[in-house]
Ligand binder design. Structure first.
Ligand SMILES: Nc1nc2c(ncn2[C@@H]2O[C@H](COP(=O)(O)OP(=O)(O)O)[C@@H](O)[C@H]2O)c(=O)[nH]1
Ligand SMILES: [Mg+2]
Length: 451
């Protein structure tokens, strides 16, 4: 998993300072030394690293931090904020043209993942933005490349514009844009040729395609595993062709994370998407803040609740913890938790923020079915107050009534009851474990819930 090394190191470092009631300049210095090592090891660009350390240090020894009641936590927050800033601050969206079609060019070196990402992106834009994409095979140097895109198109049931390999990429792109207009396809994704290295001829070709109709986006696809090389490639492409954003691929692999942390700072171009696997749905929008939190392991259950209710109700959080422990957790609590979690965004994103969740067997590539969540909600809402507190009384007749009331089936009701029961058992076990000082895990029972 990407960032693992960096994540572990940084978490170790912040753990030390987090609980401190007093933070001295020496503490900050010591911490920064460790952060520096962590960043170097993650292959972060040297200049970027220095700049980052400087910013964090300056803010961390500031008066308001030192004087605050929780200086340790303040410092950790500064690290997270600066990490977020480093990766671009706000999430950056795809620019769609006001005049159809939107043209998106995919550029990059050979093997970076352009063709695959072209398909993934089209799939995502159709699903999340209701776009009607056209895939364009403009890599004419390898017949296999055209075929590869055609296969992807077939797999996704998306139209592919290809003209073989005998005409120029510029001409293909020109015809494709005309075709899209005629067919009312609103998003043209052009898969271009890569080379092993940056070369003049290729850059000229890309510039020519660019010249046809100013593309709304030129996405550079880079392999995150290449680390600092990715940063160089990005700089070169930006100078030669001009890029509007970056897609970092293979972040699911064993990358150290340096590229993700440096590319924005060096090129000033935002990371827009990240590739998390070979499958067509393995492309995600890039959220700097979520990534920073994930790297710092700030995703435990309580901080998730915190995030949902900006004014943390500590009493309530404690109460819930107590309920976990004594197994007096009811369906009402369950519903409350679920709606808190739902407020925070797409569930599969959240799931990934929970440390340990990716280590639970079967959850590595978990996809959360939001429809399933709605069904669960409906079922609970169809229970009586008594049933929510003591689900044991739910007999066959009651199940029938609940299923009818929630528009689900008796099997659905049974499944939820069983999951709830399993979850309670697991919570009890785990709170026992935590008390004995064993390794802390993610949110209990998640795996059974979301499957
Ligand atoms: N694990 C992983 N593999 C990827 C990802 N993106 C692309 N690949 C793989 O990288 C290889 C090269 O991809 P391709 O799209 O053909 O690269 P292109 O030469 O730039 O068009 C293929 O085997 C892809 O399946 C990713 O996000 N994760
Ligand atoms: Mg290709």
């Amino acid at each position: 998993m990407a960032f693992e090394g960096l994540s572990e190191r940084l978490q170790g470092t912040i753990q030390k300072i987090k609980g401190k009631g007093k933070v001295s300049e020496a503490d900050v210095k010591e911490m920064m030394r460790e952060v520096r090592f962590a960043l170097i090891e993650a292959d972060v660009n040297l200049k970027v690293m220095k700049e980052f350390i400087k910013k964090v240090s300056e803010r961390a020894v500031g008066e308001d931090v030192m004087k605050s009641l929780t200086p340790g936590q303040q410092v950790v927050k500064i690290v997270r904020d600066e990490l977020t800033e480093l990766m671009g601050g706000e999430q950056s969206k795809v620019e769609f043209a006001t005049k159809q079609p939107t043209v998106i060019m995919m550029v990059g070196l050979q093997g970076a993942g352009k063709t695959t990402t072209t398909g993934k992106l089209a799939h995502l834009l159709r699903k999340k933005h209701n776009r009607k994409p056209l895939l364009v095979a403009a890599d004419v140097y390898r017949p296999a490349a055209v075929q590869q895109l055609e296969t992807i198109g077939k797999q996704l049931a998306l139209p592919v514009f290809s003209k073989g390999t005998d005409i120029s990429p510029v001409e293909i792109a020109r015809q494709a844009i005309e075709y899209a207009k005629a067919e009312h396809l609103d998003t043209v994704l052009i898969d271009t040729a890569g080379r092993l290295h940056i070369d003049e001829g290729l850059m000229q070709e890309l510039k020519d395609i660019r010249g046809l109709k100013e593309p709304d986006e030129v996405f550079l696809v880079v392999d995150a595993m290449t680390g600092q090389d990715a940063v160089n490639v990005a700089q070169n492409f930006d100078e030669a062709v001009g890029i509007t954003g970056v897609v970092l691929t293979k972040l699911d692999g064993d990358t150290r994370g340096g590229a993700a942390l440096s590319i924005r700072a060096v090129t000033q171009k935002p990371i827009k998407f990240v590739g998390m696997g070979e499958k067509m749905d393995a492309l995600e929008a890039f959220y700097p803040e979520r990534m920073a939190s994930r790297i710092l392991g700030m995703g435990d259950m309580l901080s998730l609740i915190e995030k949902a209710q900006t004014n943390v109700d500590e009493e309530r959080a404690k109460e819930l913890e107590e309920k976990f422990r004594t197994s007096s957790f009811t369906f009402d609590d369950f519903l409350e938790q679920m709606s808190e979690v739902k407020k925070m965004g797409p569930l599969d994103e959240i799931l990934k923020m929970i440390p340990g969740a990716n280590k639970i067997k079967g959850l590595e590539n978990a996809k959360v079915d939001e429809g399933q969540m709605d069904r669960v909600e409906a079922i609970i809402q169809s229970m009586t107050a008594q049933e929510k507190v003591t689900p044991d009384i739910i007999n066959a007749n009651r199940k029938k009534r609940i299923a009818r009331g929630s528009g689900t089936s008796i099997q659905d009701v049974n499944r939820l009851l069983k999951q709830f029961d399993d979850m309670k058992k697991m919570m009890k076990q785990m709170s026992g474990m935590n008390q004995k000082g064993k390794k802390k895990m993610g949110m209990p029972g998640l795996d059974s819930l979301f499957k």
